[in-house]
Design a protein around this ligand. Structure first.
Ligand code: COA
Ligand code: MG
Length: 299
């Protein structure tokens, strides 16, 4: 998790041209929404969708949900107008929390975007999320994530685009995702090195909730902070997979308490009921408790 500790377990995509979906976003139990102006909006509908999204953001009502607009790519005719529209609304407080940039190829894309947002007067609170969805981006995931050290980049989150990765590489999307495992792990590693969050790609077969739930658990095991979603029915199983279980939170609280006892102040390692615990386990426990508390505060 990034320092602000914002739960990002479940982040739902919706087409920017879909007014009904934008309305529903205000009541769904997801941690965030990505309102899409890119792939989910046809070329002729781009300008209309941009206006509709700006209107929805001005109307507000998204509550605890982090609101992100996926703009069109830097190499498209809509990029400049998209950035300008959402930098302007962010400056009035009626904008998104972040813009998601598609097909980020290298850190330079982030520097260009950052300079543009600065030039447009976007407040520093407007963050940038980066799609990792090309072979080059996976190869450069470390460099891209490390760009977060430069405040100019505004980078807060990496988002995997697994459908595009499949299309670009020929790797099939199969249960368990063995063909992509190495790339997924590399992106988690990169995100941690850069101190940003990382979200897994989508599961297309939204009527198959069993398969989806399994993939959520796999993604949580890989270290992802959450998963991007395409349908409201995916929210609940996703939240469940990325929330620390109650038992784990209780154990974490107990471990912190034991390490905090005065008699243990000088100890680096302890045994509790036949298991070894080092101070690093107390650090992990603090993160678990902090995430659980952030989720509880959200509710
Ligand atoms: N966000 C918000 N609401 C959504 C939604 C979404 N992504 N997907 C479906 N819904 C709503 C529908 O509006 C409908 O609401 P209602 O019955 O209260 O009016 C309800 O959920 C059930 O929808 P359903 O009929 O099962 O699905 P659909 O056939 O309308 O839509 C998709 C299926 C795949 C087209 C749709 O889920 C979608 O557009 N997903 C996001 C696609 C996207 O943004 N892709 C880009 C990134 S990968
Ligand atoms: Mg894509």
């Amino acid at each position: 998790m990034s320092p602000a500790l914002r739960p990002r377990r479940s982040v739902l995509y919706m087409p920017g041209a879909n007014a009904r979906a934008l309305e529903k976003a205000r009541s769904l139990d997801c941690d965030g929404v990505i309102i899409d102006l890119e792939d989910a909006v046809a070329p002729d509908a781009k300008a209309g969708a941009r206006a509709l999204v700006a209107e929805a953001l001005a109307a507000g009502g998204f509550g605890h949900r982090e609101v992100v607009v996926r703009v069109n790519g830097a190499d498209t005719p809509w990029f400049e107008d998209d950035l300008a529209a959402f930098a302007a609304t962010a400056a009035t407080g009626a904008g998104p929390d972040a813009v998601l940039i598609p097909k980020v190829a290298d850190p330079e894309t982030l520097r260009v975007t950052g300079r543009r947002l600065d030039g447009l007067g976007a407040p520093v609170g407007l963050k940038v999320w980066a799609m990792i969805e090309t072979p080059l981006a996976v190869l450069k995931a470390g460099e891209i994530a490390l760009a977060a050290r430069d405040p100019l980049s505004r980078l807060a989150v990496l988002v995997l685009g697994t459908n595009d990765l499949s299309k670009e590489t020929g790797a099939r999307i199969v249960p368990g995702r063995a063909p992509m495992q190495a790339w997924l792990s590399l992106c988690v590693l990169a995100a941690r090195a850069g101190g940003v969050d990382v979200l897994d790609g989508v599961w297309n077969g939204f009527r198959d909730l069993e398969g989806f739930a399994r993939e959520c658990v796999e993604a949580a095991d890989l270290g992802f902070d959450g998963k991007t979603l395409i349908h409201p029915t995916q929210i609940e199983p996703c939240n469940a997979a990325f929330s620390p279980p109650e038992k784990e939170v209780d154990e974490a609280r107990m471990l912190i308490e034991v390490f905090d006892r005065p008699e243990n102040a000088a100890k680096g390692v302890l045994q509790i009921e036949g298991r070894m615990f080092e101070r690093m386990h107390a650090d992990i426990a603090r993160k678990t408790v902090a995430l659980a508390e952030a989720i509880a505060a959200r509710n």
